[in-house]
Design a protein around this ligand. Structure first.
Ligand code: HEM
Length: 504
């Protein structure tokens, strides 16, 4: 009987394998030490092995924002700052030249893992996807945000803004009492995005107690809290916590709701039933085709609808509320806005596109509010190859964040950065600075696809409120506490008083 013998590897082969192993080990060692050296050169704290900068990090997000503003100010000329979370470096950039380098790149479009808490809810929609998948999706969705489509959304936005003003008039105007405007604004922007994204009226401002709305609020809160404990980054751990289980239950409610609406709209489309002029984004998504002519699946449409729901209401609510706050704290600027609006819209109930294009001063006020309180205070990329920022090189794979809160406060570009001065946005003043010195909607290939929609909504709601009421902010600008990871928010709401203007 034949036996199989194990032949020993010949010595040249063993030498070859040993050489490869040695070479790989040396290369990895060299790379680790080189990357470490490059990271160590970047301005930041002197970190401790393993725990990094953990000893410097405050427990809450408001203090964290203050700390980052103070630290980045100390190294303003360098334009970048490093924080080490355990052994993981996070690089914050905050000069216009560094912003231009990162944002205008067509290569560095990988979203940083900062968005991981959103994956179970949004899947890999436009906001969270990367690479070719993102490119294809962006190409398909861009036409849905064209002006010719957006103009049809003006009517539902006008309607919901009108409902908001009526509710405020009934419940808060001329009572002499302060109240938090952030909450009704959030409910109103939620109504607007539900109606424009899905074509569904959920009546959030009226009652706010549907199962869908409650689930949405649970997810938003859980998502914000999830990042506070590094252990929560592990799905297996998080899914077995109480918060994780509650969040997943709510995600299922929100997904089921979106699937139901998608199926209804799809069958109406297949039956050829006319759905009127008001066509929500969802109807446009049903018609989208990739380069091979394939339509989006229900799951892909759901990911985009959920993305619009997330990006499309907390952001606008934050921007509107902070603009109201600043106008309420600067009565002279508010009066100038009101004078402009009285001339443009007068007593008309509906604001047209032509009206919007004439609201120049309101436009400057919104932009200045987004400078001081950028809705998305930082947004990040994972570098797909190493990149030089001035004298510093950041290794491949590192998370780099554009910290707009600090970029927008560069005193060389915006003197007296804390001062609310809308004239900074006059055309002649804008020409004096780099377009990358001010990026509330980001810039370059991954900029905000909803920017025009957002500006339309902001202007309509603010114009209606300023025409109806005089606004007084209760808290001083220097005392307003704000926090934010994904979207900037006031810690204690925005307290204001309203009096009627009675101009008509
Ligand atoms: C004041 C309101 C808004 C602000 C300040 C804002 C800001 C931003 C910023 C800074 C980004 C880039 C984020 C990043 O790179 O990680 C972004 C992306 C995005 N925004 Fe907005 N946004 C606003 C409103 C909206 C609205 C109303 C929608 C949808 C209806 C929307 C949809 C999106 C989407 C889908 C992306 C991802 C785009 C991509 O990666 O291709 N946003 N937004």
């Amino acid at each position: 009987m034949e036996t199989t013998s194990v032949t020993a590897i010949s010595w040249p082969a063993s030498a070859f394998i040993a050489a490869i192993i040695t070479f790989t080990a040396c290369y990895l060692l060299w790379k680790v030490t080189r990357n470490k050296r490059l990271i160590d050169q970047i301005p930041g704290y002197v970190d401790w092995p393993l725990i990094g900068d953990s000893l410097h990090l405050p427990p809450d997000l408001e203090e964290m924002r203050k700390l980052l503003i103070a630290e980045t100010e100390k190294v303003r000329d360098e334009g970048l700052f490093k924080l080490k979370i355990l052994e993981m470096p996070w690089i914050f950039i905050f000069s216009d030249r560094n912003a231009e380098k990162l944002l205008s790149s067509n290569k560095h479009i990988e979203k940083s893992s900062e968005y991981y808490p959103l994956y179970p809810w949004l899947g890999r929609g436009l906001l969270t996807s990367s690479g070719d998948a993102w490119r294809a999706r962006r190409h398909m969705l861009t036409p849905s945000f064209h002006f010719s489509i957006l103009k049809d959304f003006l009517e539902p936005i006008n309607d919901h803004a009108g409902l908001l003003v009526e509710k405020l008039r009934r419940e808060h105007c001329d009572t002499g009492e302060q109240f938090d405007i952030f909450n009704p604004i959030t409910l109103s922007t939620l109504d607007i995005i539900c109606s424009t994204a899905m074509g569904v009226d959920i009546g959030a401002l009226d009652s706010g107690d549907s199962e869908y709305i409650k689930a949405l609020f649970v997810i938003k809160k859980a998502t914000a809290i999830r990042t506070r404990n590094p252990l929560n980054a592990f799905d297996f751990y998080y899914n077995n916590t109480k918060a994780g289980r509650e969040c997943n239950k709510s995600i299922k409610i929100v997904h089921d709701f979106a699937y139901k609406v998608i199926r209804e709209k799809r069958s109406l489309k297949e039956e050829g039933v006319s759905q009127g002029k008001r066509r929500p984004f969802l109807n446009l998504l049903l018609n989208c085709r990739d380069e091979h002519g394939n339509p989006l699946t229900d799951k892909e449409i759901r990911e985009e609808v959920d993305t619009f729901m997330f990006e499309g209401h907390d952001t606008t609510a934050s921007a509107i509320s902070f603009t109201i706050f600043l106008l309420g704290a600067h009565q002279g600027i508010q009066k100038r806005c009101q004078a402009e609006l009285d001339e443009i819209i007068g007593s008309s109930l509906s604001i047209s596109n032509a009206d919007l294009s004439k609201m120049t001063y309101l436009d400057w006020c919104i932009k200045e509010a987004l400078r001081i309180f950028p809705t998305v205070p930082f947004f990040g990329r994972d570098l797909c190859e190493e990149m030089a920022f001035g004298d510093y090189t950041v290794p491949k794979g590192t998370a780099v964040f554009l910290f707009s809160m600090s970029l927008h406060r560069d005193p060389a570009v915006f003197p007296e950065p804390e001062k609310f001065d809308p004239t900074r946005f006059s055309p002649e003043n804008c020409l004096k600075r780099s377009p990358f010195a001010y990026v509330p909607f980001s810039a370059g290939p991954r900029n905000c696809i909803g920017q025009k929609f957002a500006m339309m909504e902001l202007k309509v709601i603010l114009a209606k409120m300023l025409t109806a009421f005089n606004i007084e902010s209760v808290v001083k600008q220097a005392d307003l506490r704000v926090e934010g990871a994904l979207v900037l928010q006031p810690c204690d709401g925005i307290k204001i008083k309203l009096t009627s203007r009675n101009v008509y």
